[in-house]
Design a protein around this ligand. Structure first.
Ligand code: HEC
Ligand code: HEC
Ligand code: HEC
Ligand code: HEC
Length: 482
């Protein structure tokens, strides 16, 4: 696909750079004259300027390494590293992240992000934009992370709510193919309405851009201006309409990656998402300030791509550190009661699958044969058994007051137990024991497919189908006994 711009982005030209003012040149004659001008006032011999190449990601969502919960196409920085090395061994391309690389705001998420930031640096990323998730950290946390990791974080509209000053550098000047490239970062205020971190405020994207673009033009006269905007497609288009200076706009707050190259007011618009499973790819030529021959692709990080040892090592270093660090979630008083498991209610607690065995021998036998009963050893094998990101679905009630805690090790409430699905069993067990041996006072509620997809979803499972999955773990009514 070809994009031929019918204008050039300059007013007065002085051989040292272009003013950012853009005039539409309708006449071919004028364009020819312009070309002659370029050639005639060139001062130094031309430096070789090959085509430019951008690789970009969004919504990495903490996927330094994918979980490996099933075999299929599942990305991770581990695979992106290998893939980029293969595509671009000299790292000549621009590598940019549009935001939402962070997974969450828990203490272990921050420890993880430090490793992720090192991962991006290893991958030679030149700019990491702040997305909605990064903007949900507090001002202090963001500043600390930026200082600690030295990661090239940018945001032009995230400001200190007291002083109104930017929290991070608003943009970065980078070089590619001997071109001066300005990379600006923005996050949509609408993406962070209820989640904005303590001490932070977000300015309207347009306000920040208006102020910044003229400053960048005067100070740097860039050959190319790229906007990383964590927002949706409609707003990406609207920014293109309002700001002619933006040559390329890359977005990230979208339900799926671009299906096609979008040209809006002569800006190239692309976006991606998908938890480090998709890498955006834009290649083009730059003649003066004119983008020509843009070619775009979205590459899926298939599982056949080997995982890079360097990034796997970072992932391991995270796991080692998180194992020995005291986390908020280790303290039941501060535990999050919003359980992944249904049922229960106030006062019910987890008693462990062993407590069910005597009265439900057949169900127990069926369960023991299933992989659910071995889900914890899956984690110990890969030393992920102290990673909150993993144990949440491979144990019973993790994160709830009476649920699994890391200090239990492999002692109790491990695996996907009876109560992972049926809910905390203390009431069912005691009330049954106190009264009529054939009746229970507290009854568990009936379960269905939605109780399975709490764990069996996305990259964590093969596509879930009740009719295929349930028969593999089926168990049911039996004469409950002593
Ligand atoms: C959202 C819930 C969830 C989380 C979080 C999760 N898993 Fe899993 N895991 C599953 C489910 C469900 C399966 C079974 C998938 C299937 O059978 O298709 C599984 C299966 C696995 C398997 C494959 C077991 C086998 O023998 O086939 C591995 C390995 C695994 N998980 C490791 C991890 C690691 C490591 C993490 C943390 C990085 C993690 N899981 C986080 C739900 C989860
Ligand atoms: C608490 C999280 C969780 C819930 C809820 C859950 N699963 Fe799983 N399931 C897992 C994990 C983890 C594994 C993989 C265990 C392993 O191999 O380490 C798994 C594996 C499986 C497997 C492969 C097991 C085998 O023996 O082949 C099936 C089938 C399955 N689950 C069905 C279900 C069904 C049906 C439900 C709902 C009734 C359900 N699961 C609910 C976490 C869960
Ligand atoms: C002391 C015996 C006993 C123990 C221990 C026990 N149950 Fe039950 N359970 C029963 C009886 C009796 C019933 C009712 C039997 C029936 O209606 O088929 C029952 C019914 C159930 C039912 C059907 C729904 C309901 O509540 O009626 C489920 C699910 C269940 N038990 C799960 C569990 C789980 C999970 C555990 C372990 C946490 C457990 N049971 C421990 C005796 C027991
Ligand atoms: C992966 C989720 C899961 C696990 C683990 C699991 N169950 Fe179930 N169980 C179900 C589902 C789904 C049903 C069928 C739907 C229903 O009756 O709620 C069921 C049904 C039952 C029933 C019959 C309920 C009835 O009314 O007919 C009993 C009893 C029972 N389970 C006990 C157990 C015991 C004991 C364990 C542990 C040894 C266990 N279950 C582990 C999901 C699970």
């Amino acid at each position: 696909m070809h994009l031929l711009r019918s204008y050039f982005k300059t007013g007065e030209r002085d051989c040292t750079g272009y003013s950012p003012k853009r005039y539409r040149v309708q006449s071919i004659a004028f364009t020819l004259l312009f070309t002659v001008l370029i050639t005639s006032c060139e001062k130094k011999p031309e430096v070789p300027q090959g085509p430019l190449q951008i690789y970009f990601t969004a919504d990495v969502n903490g996927r330094l390494e994918p979980c490996g919960c099933f075999t299929g196409q599942y990305g991770g920085l581990t695979r992106i590293d290998t893939w980029l090395d293969y595509r671009d061994p000299t790292a000549a391309s621009l590598r940019l992240d549009v935001g939402d690389a962070l997974k969450g705001t828990a203490d272990y998420d921050l420890i993880h992000y430090e490793h992720l930031a090192k991962g991006f640096q290893h991958l030679n990323y030149q700019a990491l934009n702040v997305g909605a998730r990064e903007a949900s950290l507090s001002l202090a946390e963001l500043k600390e992370i930026a200082a600690k990791t030295g990661a090239p974080l940018i945001s032009a509209n995230l400001v200190d709510d007291q002083t109104g000053t930017p929290v991070l550098p608003p943009y970065r000047m980078v070089e590619s193919q001997n071109r001066k490239v300005a990379v600006i970062g923005l996050v949509d205020p609408a993406s962070v309405t209820n989640t904005l971190g303590e001490g932070l405020a977000v300015q309207a994207m347009e306000t920040s851009l208006t102020n910044l673009l003229s400053k960048i033009a005067t100070e740097h006269s860039p050959d190319l201006t790229i906007l990383l905007a964590f927002t949706d497609e409609a707003k990406l288009r609207s920014l293109a309409q309002q700001f002619y200076e933006l040559d390329i706009i890359l977005g990230g707050d979208v339900p799926q990656p671009s299906q096609e190259l979008i040209i809006e007011n002569e800006s190239v618009i692309l976006f991606t998402t998908n938890e480090a499973r998709a890498v955006g790819d834009l290649k083009f030529e730059l003649t003066g300030r004119q983008i020509t021959k843009p070619a775009f692709d979205i590459h899926l990080m298939q599982e056949t791509i080997p995982q890079s040892p360097a990034i796997l090592a970072l992932s391991k270093s995270y796991r080692d550190l998180v194992r020995t660090t005291k986390l908020d979630i280790d303290d039941p008083a501060s535990a999050d009661n919003e359980a992944i498991i249904p049922g229960g209610g106030f006062g019910h607690s987890y008693v462990g699958s062993e407590s069910c065995a005597a009265c439900h021998p057949k169900a127990t036998a069926a369960w023991k044969k299933s992989r659910h009963a071995h889900a914890f050893s899956t984690l110990t094998k890969s030393s992920t058994d102290a990673d909150p990101n993993c144990i949440v679905c491979h144990t019973v009630g993790f994160g709830e007051v009476s649920g699994y805690r890391r200090e239990f090790g492999a002692d109790k409430l491990t695996n996907v137990g009876c109560e992972s699905c049926h809910g905390p069993g203390s009431e069912h067990v005691t009330q049954r024991a106190l009264g009529d041996p054939t009746k229970v006072t507290f009854q568990f509620r009936p379960l269905g497919a939605s109780d399975c997809t709490k764990c069996h979803h996305g990259e964590f499972s093969r596509p879930f189908k009740w009719d295929e999955f349930w028969p593999l773990i089926q168990h049911g009514k039996e004469a409950a006994m002593p």
